[in-house]
Ligand binder design. Structure first.
Ligand code: GDP
Length: 321
């Protein structure tokens, strides 16, 4: 029997951080069957807090795909409460990183399973299947990689910078401690090997995607991949939808536009979808040999997420394969 040619939507591999990337993950998960989508998630934000292993981006994507996420914040669990955190405060403990009562159950189970010797990939698989998440969600590595920022207010680990200091310090350097010794998991390598298309989600390039790319072997595999590699711009009309992406780009002297994003992802992309508001940049982007399309890329509703996922798949199929 003649073998069918691979189509871009046969096995989409999506790289993401938390809230922004999770929106596209949800859209793709709603239109692609299990087996056709693998999501590789940043774990540079992971940290040990109050004795627990917290994986904020993994949880954000897991809660989003299981429809349990708090719709107001885009992270944490819906209808959660903070009784435990109030007790922590009463004891004089650190309460700047908010952990909901229900959410604590996730961190307790993850910490327990890790202490029994399971890998983070195995633990994530167990938690996801208990919550009915059908598409594989893979931590970028089972080894610890920790994002650390040198800022004008000293060296801060990611959560200190992002949550405690509300990303106000000026970042001078960003390091991914442990990355040189980390390896991608077998599952991550297999997903990249079998990918029919690689998508960099609308996540913070410096704090969510770069940690993934810092794991030896991942960047190299994307650079040399012979399948379409595309991104959704995390910058719309010179601004970030949320978080410090635009602020960081300005501080680093990078053009706060999809052009700056492309430049940052040099050698990793064949195309980018930017917002209609940035449509005038298309000629400039195409002149550097990059495919581009101007669409509505702000995802507010469930429909927005599904529509963008469908648009992305069609666009790649029609123009990049
Ligand atoms: P994370 O990096 O995936 O954890 O996500 P954040 O929610 O912190 O946002 C990071 C980047 O994603 C920022 O540059 C945001 O502008 C971008 N982002 C968030 N929501 C959207 C969206 O609906 N559409 C697009 N295109 N970008 C988004």
């Amino acid at each position: 029997m003649e073998e069918r040619l691979k189509k871009p939507g046969d096995h989409v591999v999506l790289l993401v951080g938390g809230v922004g990337g999770a929106k596209l993950a949800l859209g793709l998960a709603r239109v692609l069957p299990p087996g056709s989508l693998t999501i590789i998630v940043n774990t540079g934000d992971d940290f040990n807090h109050l004795g627990l292993h917290i994986s904020p981006d993994v949880d954000t994507v897991m809660y989003t795909l299981s429809n349990l996420v708090n719709p107001k914040t885009g992270w944490g669990l819906n209808d959660d409460s903070l009784h435990a955190m109030r007790m922590v405060r009463r004891y004089g403990g650190p309460d700047w990183f908010s952990l909901g009562d229900k959410d604590l159950g996730t961190h307790l189970m993850r910490t327990q399973l890790l202490s029994e010797g399971l890998t983070l990939t195995e633990v994530t698989g167990k938690l996801c299947s208990a919550l009915g998440v059908e598409h594989p969600l893979l931590p970028m590595s089972d080894d610890p990689v920790r994002t650390v920022l040198d800022t004008d207010q000293g060296t801060l680990n990611f959560q200190e910078y992002f949550v405690r200091e509300r990303w106000q310090p000026v970042a001078r350097d960003i390091r991914f401690e442990g990355s040189e010794k980390a390896t991608p998991s077998e599952a991550v390598l297999a997903a990249l090997e079998q990918a029919s298309m690689i998508v960099i989600g609308p996540s913070n390039p410096f704090l969510s995607i770069d940690p993934i790319l810092s794991v030896p072997g991942i960047r190299e595999r994307i650079e040399s991949a012979s399948v379409p590699r595309v991104a959704i711009s995390p910058i719309i009309a010179g601004k970030a939808v949320k978080g410090p992406t635009a602020k960081m780009m300005a501080e680093m002297g990078i053009d706060v536009s999809p052009v700056g994003v492309i430049d940052h992802y040099r050698n990793l992309l064949d195309g980018i979808i930017l917002d209609e508001a940035d449509g005038t940049l298309r000629d400039k982007i195409e002149s550097i040999g990059m495919h581009t399309s101007a669409q509505q890329i702000l995802m507010e509703t469930q429909n927005d997420k599904i529509r963008l996922a469908v648009t992305l798949l069609h666009w790649v199929e029609e123009n990049l394969s």
